[in-house]
Design a binder for this molecule. Structure first.
Ligand SMILES: Nc1nc2c(ncn2[C@@H]2O[C@H](COP(=O)(O)OP(=O)(O)O)[C@@H](O)[C@H]2O)c(=O)[nH]1
Ligand SMILES: [Mg+2]
Length: 294
């Protein structure tokens, strides 16, 4: 029998390239939220992929980006903090045709990096003409990558190929997590994230960026239904009005779309109650940022 391998693998790359979508595809279920808007992911989250032969701890990171306010500085710290522990780096891009200036900067900061870096070219389903070939050539020329794998996270294309390519680079060693652990966060975190995802999907401009979700309590009734009370924390009175919407329409929509995904996650019926709370200026207060973004 070949030796068991186990290691920590980071998924890096510009916000919105599809890192969280890719990890959901690897895990075969929706554990992480995704959004067409940039910077939906705020936290470093580990997803644990376990087979008999290997255990891969994937770290989803908020994209590395320029920090222009206190909350984004916090998010950036989370991203960099995750770099140190990695055994292998998956660097994700989209088929842009050439090396983006963002990637050039990040790749330069990884100069002299001895850990293996594997390039994932995501979104090949929307690559035009020769864009994929040109992208592969351009990134290969940087000389930074041991392997290059084109994928489509939404179409779950080549996900197995990523795993096959990656495993030989993992150190030999025993599993770090019990086989049934899939994510290193409590279920309350996943529920709060699903609610936040719906807020990302239905609000605009600065509103989703200045909103946090806190699970106040969860309670299983005798009939098996789970009651959940969550606070949606906003930065100002006007944001509260936006999230509630005319005649409460928007918050109702957020609640029902989140509820059906929470039910899928928990496998039980859920009663979800949402309240909107104002904490003026929370995105500028480091104690509150810690408290509200975990
Ligand atoms: N067409 C296409 N869209 C994708 C693919 N992977 C992710 N996306 C979309 O890209 C957006 C950003 O994805 P997300 O996983 O949140 O990116 P992250 O910020 O890197 O975690 C979402 O709207 C995804 O549905 C893909 O393979 N093809
Ligand atoms: Mg993400």
């Amino acid at each position: 029998m070949s030796k068991h391998r186990s290691g920590i693998v980071g998924v890096l790359g510009q916000t919105n390239v599809g890192k969280s979508t890719f990890l959901n595809a690897v895990m075969g279920e929706k554990l992480l939220i995704t959004s067409p808007k940039p910077q939906a992911t705020r936290n470093r989250v580990r997803c644990v992929y376990t087979t008999d032969a290997e255990q891969i701890v994937f770290v989803d990171t908020p994209g590395l980006h320029k920090a222009h306010n206190q909350l984004s500085r916090h998010i950036l710290r989370e991203a960099f903090r995750s770099l140190r522990e990695l055994d292998v780096i998956l660097y994700m891009i989209a088929p842009w045709g050439s090396v983006s200036s963002y990637d050039r900067t990040i790749l330069e900061s990884l100069d002299g990096e001895e850990r293996p870096i594997i390039l994932l070219v995501n979104k090949i389903d929307i690559a035009r003409g020769n864009a994929l070939e040109e992208t592969l050539l351009a990134y290969e020329r940087t000389g930074k990558f041991r392997e290059l794998v084109p994928i489509s996270a939404t179409q779950e294309k080549n996900i197995d190929e990523v795993l096959r390519t990656l495993v030989p680079y993992l150190p030999i060693g025993p599993a770090m997590f019990p086989a049934d652990v899939k994510i290193d966060r409590p279920v309350e975190f996943l529920i709060a994230e699903l609610i936040r995802e719906k807020i990302f999907a239905t609000t605009f401009q600065e509103v989703p960026y200045k909103t946090a979700v806190q699970i106040k309590w969860m309670h299983e009734r005798d009939d098996g239904l789970v009651e959940i009370r969550a606070d949606i924390v906003v930065d100002s009175k006007s944001h509260k009005g936006i999230i509630i919407g005319t005649k409460g329409k928007l918050i109702k929509h957020i609640g029902s779309s989140a509820r059906s995904q929470i039910e899928a996650l928990l496998g039980v019926h859920v009663y979800l109650e949402l309240m909107v709370k104002i904490k003026q200026g929370w995105t500028k207060d480091s104690t509150r940022i810690e408290e509200l973004t975990g």
